[in-house]
Ligand binder design. Sequence first.
Ligand SMILES: [Zn+2]
Ligand SMILES: [Zn+2]
Length: 287
Amino acid sequence: MSLPHPLGAHFSVAGGLENALFKARDLNCDAVQIFTKNARTWKEPELNQTRISAFKAARKETGISWVFSHCTYLINIASNDGDKLEKSRNSLASEMERSGLLGLDGVVLHPGAHLGEGMEKGLDTARKSINRVLAIDRGLFPELLIETTAGTGTSIGSRFEEIGTLINSLDRPEAVGVCMDTSHIFAGGYDLRSLKALDETLLAFNEHIGLSRLKLIHLNDSKPGLGSKKDRHQHIGKGQIGDSGFSAIMQDKRLHSIPKILETPKDDNGTPMDQVNLNRLKKLAQG
Ligand SMILES: [Zn+2]
Ligand SMILES: [Zn+2]
């Protein structure tokens, strides 16, 4: 059964990448996000043909329409440390290659942190990083999706202007899209709590980035308040964005066909929460 919205969650790949797809099917999802590697280490796993074939067979069997990967959090493509920058660029290139071999639809990347060098310098380093990685693509790489951030510390990407500037400065802007995380942009100061607030936020997104570049939405409620610059995800409707915000998002025609992925906590006192959050979103979509 296909859902009115391509809807899903980030699922674990414990026991094999394809397990995320089976888990998604069990929850009637049509979109999935995975880590293709251990997100806490720099180690890059090699994908052999057996693993690729198993994943592709599971994709076919489950019929999941959208599969995205999220880069390791260690990557900082705007770093002022030469060694870290090199590692980050190599890791991003490996992620793009692995995700390409798996036939994924996009790779989500945080635009990095300038670590005190200033936004302009940070954006320039990020630009060079992305240019360098995309230059080695031989037609295999999925779309690179820059994720909006909460603006914690010196991180880039909590203002739509920053992401728009970065993408427009690239050698291959057409190879890059955007993932909008609701909890991040709310923490960054963009309100979503009513139809009017959402409309203003989407107008700003369109002005600085372009809505045609919006390829994925991370649906997370936010524990901290509007403009807090703190990144703490909460269950749908249980945070500061609340049911009113998610009902506006789920009912906005401009966002209807865009895949939406939950990155909310998995467990609440033993209750498996993905199903609860998915059900809540489906209910809010109906008004
Ligand atoms: Zn992210
Ligand atoms: Zn996110």
